[in-house]
Design a protein around this ligand. Sequence first.
Ligand SMILES: Cc1cc2nc3c(=O)[nH]c(=O)nc-3n(C[C@H](O)[C@H](O)[C@H](O)COP(=O)(O)OP(=O)(O)OC[C@H]3O[C@@H](n4cnc5c(N)ncnc54)[C@H](O)[C@@H]3O)c2cc1C
Length: 338
Amino acid sequence: MTILKNHSLLNYNTFGIDVTAKYLALVNSLESLNLLLSNNLYSNEEKLILGGGSNVLFTQDQNSLVLLNQIKGIKVESEDAKSWIISAGGGENWHDFVLFCIKNNYAGVENMSLIPGSVGASPIQNIGAYGTEIKDVFEWLDAYHIPTGEVHRFLHSDCNFGYRDSVFKNKVKGEYFIIKVAYRLQKTATLTTSYGAINKALEEMNISIPTLKNVSDAVISIRQSKLPDPKQIGNSGSFFKNPIIANQNLQKIKENYPQLSTYPVNENESKVAAGWLIDQAGWKGKTINNYGVHKNQALVLVNYGGATGKEIYDLSSEIIQSVKEKYGIELEREVNVL
Ligand SMILES: Cc1cc2nc3c(=O)[nH]c(=O)nc-3n(C[C@H](O)[C@H](O)[C@H](O)COP(=O)(O)OP(=O)(O)OC[C@H]3O[C@@H](n4cnc5c(N)ncnc54)[C@H](O)[C@@H]3O)c2cc1C
């Protein structure tokens, strides 16, 4: 295992923020993680776990031991008549894992093609796109409990999945290093194509009976046309969550803003499109020096190169304040601010 001292994290976060880690450890096995954390030199350091760095905003140097998850390996754990249980090391790249599933006809993750980041982070915020979420395919995960060095298995019911949320963002935040995640993938696909522009993209591709690969290709092309590529423009995808509002309160807001875009969540609550709120508050495309709000996607804050995390954080605070003043709705950041 490699341990680097006072190392730049510039290449380890998709926002392209240049901060330094006191230590950066490239963790490639459970054994090396255990050895590292039982070493007196490091055991007392603050720990920060990092996968692809695609959902973090660094606002300062990290005076900690940064554990970069590089634990690999994909395995068929079991199968029955209808499904397979497939596990993957937390350090596997999520999109590569999706492509592996598609190649083998394992159905269930195709709509989550091209989400950046690692397998290990996929349960943390219950990643999702185009009508599907990790919670729909999640079976179990194994996680290293940092305070005790024990490995604990979390079943679905232990994870408390919610919209961009799980127990790992709340009750046990920072306590566990996720080493392996297992998903239940179907032998007969039930494709979800009605969400977003998938059907339209399939039509344009002249496909009437789509395969997993066709759906994945459609999702990839939609995402590439809508979202900035972090390799070209630093960003962390959606910076804010779509707020969930009680229908009672929504009625009042809709009296002033009848075009407000909303989706029902349950009988009493609806999800409001945060991008619409930010756009209508005049932020879309706004650029300040070398950072700003993306010109096509008001939910995405961008670093055109050289911005600091603090500048982007302050911009996000201004947006939150302005949306609150205009609509009385408080936006919540989806990105982990560190
Ligand atoms: C262009 C773009 C598009 C995106 N689109 C989507 C989308 O459609 N849907 C969606 O849900 N998200 C999306 N995201 C956000 C991001 O891809 C996901 O949140 C992803 O799961 C983050 O993975 P990561 O490995 O990069 O996590 P990191 O950014 O490295 O870490 C995120 C958080 O998880 C913790 N963490 C990471 N790995 C572990 C581990 N092994 N054990 C314990 N804690 C860990 C970190 O400490 C941190 O708090 C997008 C991001 C970008 C840049």
